[in-house]
Ligand binder design. Structure first.
Ligand SMILES: [Zn+2]
Ligand SMILES: [Zn+2]
Length: 377
């Protein structure tokens, strides 16, 4: 089985030359045989990387690969590459040639068979903060194809048989010219099956499989973070001609919460309190994500923006079970829409106030002026 070249390099299908080059450089350094003496797996990976980069760095080879997959480079010639049209087995990626020299010469492996790995699928899932707190098992529906029960996968109408393909004589593959080189690819008449179906099954139109939504359960662990990617191996699109299935990736995004902001395992909550509560002291109760009420005591003379920590009332730490903290930040609300009596009381309060009641604002402008005049001297 051959792995997708883009996957080998860990890049997307839209990666540009720069991204390709840096991905290749990084991985080739990591798996270089000099750094992994005697490690056959590392050597195999290293060869694979060279092969993948060799194809993707070349716009023509890349285009052929995007179109035909690995079939574009299969000619049974044992590493001749591209029907002999391109450089041959020695055409190892140039950015390493000067460093690695001849080391990799002739080490390529190419296998035929025309099997293709199915595409990876992406599924976007939104999770509430409460769900991220408790964790959950989500049921999702993904499109997939299953064997047609009408024709048991043969694609031929029950009672009829597929016949040998006239175009490829049953080989399933034909050679085709692509500009100045030629590639072997799946026979367009029979799509590589080697057989055609004169009387196709009506249920599956001769494909042998029908699409059906599949239900999967996905475990969302407690403490999951925004942007997490969950990989369900082999749950992507089915491969062709017996090739392996792709993977399914669940992309998690956490919905913004009305009251809590999250920073890792800690939660933040802004609580408006009245000016009098801040001045005289008081208390209030907040509901935390576990659904319980927690009392927060406000000492007298509390200033705006002051934070109070509620230990272990935050989010669970992924796969550890311990909890972060909840920080309550108070925002003091200045009284508005005063009536006459309230205005009188506040004016009276102001009249009998002293420096000690507001040490920060008292003399602030005088201190500021002094500071800048001090700099001038
Ligand atoms: Zn069928
Ligand atoms: Zn054919």
């Amino acid at each position: 089985m051959k792995i997708d070249y883009y996957e080998i390099l860990g890049v997307t299908k839209t990666a540009d030359d720069k991204v390709l080059k840096s991905a290749y450089r990084k991985l080739a350094m990591q798996f270089h045989p000099d750094k992994n003496p005697g490690d056959a797996e590392a050597e195999r990976k290293f060869i694979e990387l060279g092969e993948a980069y060799d194809v993707l760095k070349d716009p023509q080879k890349r285009a052929a690969y995007d179109r035909y997959g690995h079939a574009a480079f299969e000619n049974g010639g044992g590493g001749g590459g591209f029907g002999g049209g391109f450089g041959g087995a020695g055409g190892f990626s140039d950015i390493f040639e000067d460093i690695f020299g001849e080391m990799m010469g002739g080490g390529r492996q190419r296998r035929s068979g025309g099997r293709e790995r199915g595409a990876d699928l992406r599924y976007n899932m939104e999770v509430s903060l409460e769900e991220a707190f408790t964790g959950k098992t989500a049921q999702i529906r993904v499109p997939s194809s299953i064997t047609c029960d009408e024709c048991t996968g043969s694609g031929a109408k029950p009672g009829t048989q597929p016949v040998t393909c006239a175009t490829c004589g049953g080989a399933g593959r034909v050679r085709a010219s692509q500009g100045f080189f030629s590639v072997e690819r799946a026979c367009p008449t029979c799509n590589g099956r080697g057989q055609t179906i004169p009387d196709p099954c009506t249920k599956c139109s001769g494909t042998g499989h029908v699409s059906q939504e599949r239900s999967l359960s996905v475990n969302i662990p407690a403490g999951i973070e925004d942007g997490t990617r969950i990989r369900l191996s082999g749950e992507g699109e089915a491969g062709t001609r017996g090739g392996p299935s792709g993977d399914l990736y669940i992309f998690i995004s956490i919905k913004p919460h009305e009251f809590f902001q999250r920073d890792g395992a800690d939660l933040y909550c802004k609580v408006p309190i009245s000016m009098t509560t801040a001045a005289l002291g008081g208390q209030f109760e907040v509901t935390t994500l576990d659904g319980t009420q927690t009392r927060v005591k406000i000492p007298e003379g509390t200033q705006n923006g002051k934070q109070f920590r509620l230990k272990a009332k935050g989010m669970p730490v992924l796969r550890q079970g311990n909890l972060g903290d909840l920080y309550i930040q108070v925002a003091i609300e200045t009284p508005q829409n005063l009536n006459k009596r309230q205005r009188e009381l506040l004016q009276e309060f102001e009249e009998i106030s002293s420096k000690e009641n507001s040490p920060q604002s008292t003399g602030f402008f005088a201190r500021m002026k002094d500071f800048f005049e001090g700099i001038k001297d």
